[in-house]
Write a protein that binds this ligand. Structure first.
Ligand SMILES: Nc1ncnc2c1ncn2[C@@H]1O[C@H](COP(=O)(O)OP(=O)(O)O)[C@@H](O)[C@H]1O
Ligand SMILES: N[C@@H](CCOP(=O)(O)O)C(=O)O
Length: 315
């Protein structure tokens, strides 16, 4: 269970005294998630999610909280952060940086159809369009610099074929020129478990704590690699075309994006192979409870290299 830091009812009741959302009714640890400690919090006035940030530096947190506020302000189903009575989103609880956000309705769908993928593609384009007017800047925390650093740390723990793949892919990615791609605020982790469905509608897009400024196409590639794949990692053409066509209808891909699509799918696969391999081989003591399988993304990377990938429409 991913509750790294306990919170007592007494300390939470005291802390909620700094807000205007009524009295604590109950709080319950959330088992999903790998990064932060989360609780569902019910007060006499509403339902919220409390997050205690376990590893993200405090100075980086306003970027995420204000981004969620910005996107919610633009009408997207993103958890709006709750300001305290001093008008601050970020506080401290159990000696950790802490924030409350609105609890959104719905459940994750782990076996999505082409219809789900179309909705996710359109939603992602909406996030990118609304994000263009977001004033804060913060680099993607899992961008190119992180990739180089993490590859060096993880490499000694891989077997020979893993090392060969990693070296070749790093060399390939170093040759790519992504500079001409449209950039902006990206979610960067829009996996199935980060979208809550309320019937046929997206009730919530959650977990913005890997967001940052980067190529918008990277976000599309991360999303397609998760939402449109079969259990063996290969693409389901119906789902990938549905996602890409719906995205393209809201924010048409540029020529540079069409040209960069296949290398970008590989960059997105490499990112999750590396983070999972780091969590698996180099766990931080007492921190990581749920560790996702790195081989899944090593396989996806091999598949993206071996096979032509469906291209976005208009190419
Ligand atoms: N705003 C929210 N509304 C409803 N449920 C949420 C919300 N935020 C988180 N959750 C629930 O908590 C779980 C873990 O949250 P997540 O942000 O993925 O954790 P982590 O940051 O540790 O990865 C989600 O799978 C979801 O069930
Ligand atoms: N989506 C990532 C892990 C991040 O976990 P989350 O619970 O914060 O979405 C992966 O699958 O490796």
């Amino acid at each position: 269970m991913s509750v790294f830091t306990p919170v007592t009812a007494e300390s939470l009741s005291d802390w909620l005294g700094g807000y205007a959302i009524g009295r604590l009714v109950e709080h319950q640890g959330i088992s999903a998630g790998v990064q932060n400690t989360n609780f569902f919090v019910t007060t006499t006035l509403g339902r919220y999610v409390l997050t205690l940030f376990e590893s993200i530096p405090r100075a980086e947190l306003p970027y995420y909280l204000y981004l969620m506020a910005h996107l919610a302000h633009h009408g997207l189903p993103v958890p709006a952060p709750v300001a305290d009575r001093n008008n601050e989103y970020l506080g401290t609880l159990s000696d950790k940086p802490a924030a409350l956000v609105a609890r959104l309705s719905g459940r994750s769908v782990m076996e999505p159809t082409a219809q789900h993928c179309a909705k996710v593609g359109a939603m992602l384009a909406g996030l990118h369009l609304a994000g263009q007017s977001y004033g804060r800047r913060q680099e993607n925390p899992r961008g190119a610099h992180w990739r180089t650093r993490t590859a060096a740390r993880v490499r000694p723990h891989l077997d020979a074929s893993g090392r060969e793949l990693l070296d070749a892919e790093l060399a390939f990615q170093a040759q790519q020129r992504y500079d001409a791609l449209p950039r902006g605020a990206i979610h960067a982790d829009l996996f199935r478990d980060n979208v809550l469905w309320d019937g046929d509608y997206i009730g919530g897009v959650i977990d913005f704590y890997f967001a940052g400024n980067d190529a918008l196409l990277f976000d599309v590639a991360v999303t397609a690699n998760d939402w449109c794949t079969e259990p063996d990692g290969s693409f389901d053409p119906d789902r990938s075309q549905a996602l890409l066509a719906a995205y393209h209808a809201e924010r048409p891909f540029t020529r540079a994006e069409l040209d960069a699509w296949q290398p970008m799918l590989r960059a997105a696969a490499l990112r999750f192979w590396l983070s999972r391999a780091e969590d698996f081989h180099l766990p931080k003591p007492g921190e990581m409870v749920l560790v996702k399988n790195p081989d899944e993304y090593q396989d996806i990377l091999r598949l993206r290299i071996a096979h032509g990938c469906p291209m976005p429409p208009g190419s």
